[in-house]
Design a protein around this ligand. Structure first.
Ligand SMILES: Nc1ncnc2c1ncn2[C@@H]1O[C@H](COP(=O)(O)OP(=O)(O)OP(=O)(O)O)[C@@H](O)[C@H]1O
Ligand SMILES: [Mg+2]
Length: 236
């Protein structure tokens, strides 16, 4: 497997306050990474630093064969990175179809695998609601639309923050199933969620953040063999 993303000694700052203290993380092509940790440990900050939205950072970030430390968010996105932020970032006044079409573009290698029809196949609910405005959708449908928009960019890596936050269990299950489909398609993901049990069923690797550093990075099986790790870092 080749590394798609390589983060070395990443430090991030909000003004004078340092939030990431030397994060090292490698994501291989097609790998699904679960990113977990207590509130305020730096998960969202790490995702934002990878997208380029957070510019105050030091260290090294290599993505798709180039440094993205000084690149603008649009440039990083064009290299194959899609971001599904917490709160979803869809356009409420536009319809489902419009939301999807406006993010459509070929992938880095020219791939047009993800079309609106393919997204509707994965999310039949979105097809049913295709003419509805973004603001008329339920929370779960909004999350599906947000993931659908990311897929329409034919990305190599999707960053998904708080994948199932606030969603009913049945809808959350749909989202977990979708992550399985995305994985089967060979798209790498970094998924943040509070539900580490569900994450450990779909992820290749579990990464735990604590106080702006990576405290654990290993397989779901490795994490299960030592319950003290979860207890220490998640308090469960
Ligand atoms: N815009 C900001 N300005 C200043 N400090 C911030 C800002 N955003 C986050 N922080 C601080 O940075 C630290 C890491 O926050 P971050 O949002 O990355 O954590 P998180 O792991 O995503 O937490 P949660 O699980 O609650 O989403 C926290 O101490 C937070 O208070
Ligand atoms: Mg967060």
């Amino acid at each position: 497997m080749s590394a798609l993303l390589k983060v070395d000694g990443l430090q991030c700052f909000y003004g004078v306050s340092q939030v990431l203290h030397g994060v090292n993380l490698t994501v291989n092509r097609g790998e699904q990474i679960a990113l977990i940790g207590r509130n305020g440990m730096g998960k969202t900050t790490l995702l934002k630093a990878l997208t380029g939205l957070l510019q105050d950072r030091r260290g090294a970030i290599g993505f798709a064969g180039a440094s993205s430390l000084n690149a603008k968010p649009e440039e990083i996105a064009r290299r194959g990175l899609a971001y599904v932020p917490e709160g979803r970032g869809i356009f409420g006044s536009l319809s489902v179809v419009e939301n999807l079409l406006m993010s459509a573009r070929p992938g880095v290698s020219g791939s047009r695998r993800w079309t609106i029809d393919r997204v509707f196949e994965v999310f039949p609910r979105l097809h049913q609601r295709r003419g509805n405005g973004g603001h008329q959708l339920s929370g779960g449908e909004q999350q599906m639309l947000s993931i659908g928009r990311a897929l329409m960019t034919n990305p190599d890596l999707i960053l998904l923050d708080e994948a199932t936050e606030g969603l009913a269990p049945l809808i959350a299950k749909d989202i977990w199933n979708t992550l399985g489909i995305i994985r089967d398609e060979g798209i790498a993901t970094i998924v943040v969620d509070k539900d580490h049990r569900s994450l450990s069923k779909v992820a290749d690797r579990m990464v735990i953040m604590s106080k702006g550093e990576i405290a654990f990075d290993g397989s779901p099986a490795a994490l299960r063999t030592d319950p003290s790790i979860l207890e220490k870092h998640l308090g469960v």
